[in-house]
Design a protein around this ligand. Structure first.
Ligand code: SF4
Ligand code: SF4
Length: 451
């Protein structure tokens, strides 16, 4: 996408709305053993997949409502490969511009077996004939044995290193999708309580530990051949609804220590990620926005910062589950079943967002990115006061906009342009886009999922 769609992009913003996104769980079946996820193969419950008929109804309705982005997530979406391809083609035919899906990589195991290259070529070639924009491959750790052990896929990293160049040959540039966990750097990040982290030396030491883990990870995925990387923030919502009244619909959530972080640990994690991204974003396209990480760090670490831009879940973004094709404001507000998407009453006009109860990056990152744009039209005075009070946040936001443009808005069908990224050499300098760039920015900031 390179031109601004007035009706699809600008008009919603003028009405205090943003281009819509659906996360559609095509199946909750999975063959991996990830400790950070309630859908792992070892969990016993009745598994489901969306039928083509229901998916078509969802897509038709999404297109009629002007939804711009659909993520087909799982479970493991590639377990339904031929259905998935049909869904992608149907969504593209209906006019959805940003279509994403991905894999846990199970098809890349046994890379020494005869026929591996042929099999991967066949998958990549078939996907390349669709309008799929982004294809993610999950990677949990900078250490192959740790990742393979977590997923239960021995040898998969070697297979991924062979598969990525094959995808490139077919014009697909997969993104490495990190689900942040304590083993991201290899050696486990030790648990620290909030009272321990309140001491400055411990906090500084821990910050360095987190940064070193992220540094190892970004180096590792770059060396594997990836040119895009995204980070999914840890989701650990209690099953007893004790955390902010949330109730999990989307099982990409776990109570395991590996993804449980205290409030101050989360603050630390977001700060470490922000500072590490500044070091690495000249080498690899890193989707996670600095402004969002800055705001999340403030939210978790001090509580004295300005409020974040609230989440657009339930207003412009929705989650649809595989079990019964019902719609929810997001994957974590399970008590708010909105029924079938194609029967959903249209959310009309300006609706104020209020929820900041979790860190689900699929909805939080785009909400934060669009926040200042919405404020510019709906509350310009407030935006000006916010800029004066916390210019650093808006400086980072402007830097994000500039970076997104240099990354072709994370178009996974285009290779990385190292000349354009080289301008971001350890740099988060402010940058004021030209009027033309502003329109491109709005067009390119359509949200995407990182499940
Ligand atoms: S994180 Fe993904 S691959 Fe792992 S168990 Fe969950 S759905 Fe499966
Ligand atoms: S912040 Fe967004 S994703 Fe999280 S519970 Fe609220 S609406 Fe859902």
């Amino acid at each position: 996408m390179s031109s601004l769609h007035f009706r699809k992009d600008l008009l919603p913003i003028l009405r205090n709305r943003i281009p819509g996104q659906l996360v559609v769980q095509v199946t909750d079946r999975c063959n991996a053993r990830c400790p950070q996820c309630g859908m792992r193969v070892t969990e016993r419950y009745r598994r489901s997949s969306l039928s083509m008929e229901k998916t078509r109804a969802i897509i038709d309705s999404a297109a009629a409502r002007g939804i711009r982005a659909i993520s087909f997530t799982g479970g493991e979406p590639l377990l339904l490969f031929s259905d998935l391809v049909e869904m992608i083609e149907y969504a593209a035919g209906a006019g959805i511009d940003y279509i994403r899906t991905g894999t846990n990589g199970y098809l890349f195991c046994d890379s020494d077996a005869a026929g591996f290259d042929t099999r991967v070529h066949r998958i990549a070639e078939r996907l390349s004939r669709t309008s799929l924009r982004n294809f993610w491959i999950s990677i949990d750790s900078a250490v192959p044995a740790v990742h393979e052990n977590m997923r239960g896929f021995p040898g998969v990293i070697k297979g991924i290193s062979k598969a990525v160049p094959i995808f490139h040959e077919h014009g697909i540039y997969p993104s490495a999708n990190l689900g942040i966990n304590r083993l991201v750097g290899g050696p486990g990040i030790p648990v620290a309580t909030d009272s321990q982290l309140a001491a400055e030396p411990t906090w500084q030491r821990s910050l360095l530990t987190y940064k070193n883990a992220f540094r190892r990870f970004y180096r590792f995925v770059s060396n594997l051949g990836f040119s895009i990387v995204n980070a999914c923030y840890p989701m650990s919502i209690a099953a007893d609804r004790s955390e902010g009244g949330l109730e999990v619909v989307y099982g990409a959530n776990s109570q395991e220590q590996i993804v449980r972080f205290s409030r101050l640990e989360k603050g630390l994690l977001f700060k470490a990620l922000q500072e590490t991204i500044i070091e690495y974003r000249e080498r690899i396209r890193i989707f996670s926005p600095l402004s969002s990480l800055y705001a999340l760090h403030r939210q978790h670490s001090s509580g004295d910062g300005q409020p974040l831009y609230p989440c657009r879940g339930g207003i412009d973004f929705f989650f649809i589950d595989a079990r019964d094709a019902n719609t929810y404001p997001c994957g974590y507000r399970g008590s708010e079943n909105l029924g079938k998407y194609w029967q959903l009453k249209k959310v009309s006009g300006a609706v104020a967002a209020t929820c900041t109860r979790c860190d689900w990056e699929c909805f939080r990152d785009p909400s934060e990115l669009f926040g200042p744009l919405l404020a510019a039209f709906s509350q310009p005075g407030q935006l000006l006061r916010d800029c004066i009070r916390d210019w650093n946040r808006y400086r980072l936001w402007l830097s994000d906009i500039r970076y997104y443009k240099a990354c072709d808005y994370f178009d996974g069908r285009r290779p990385l342009d190292s000349r354009r990224l080289s301008k971001f050499k350890r740099c988060s300098d402010p940058y004021v886009p030209s009027p033309r760039q502003w329109t491109d920015c709005i067009d390119g900031m359509v949200p995407r999922d990182g499940a």
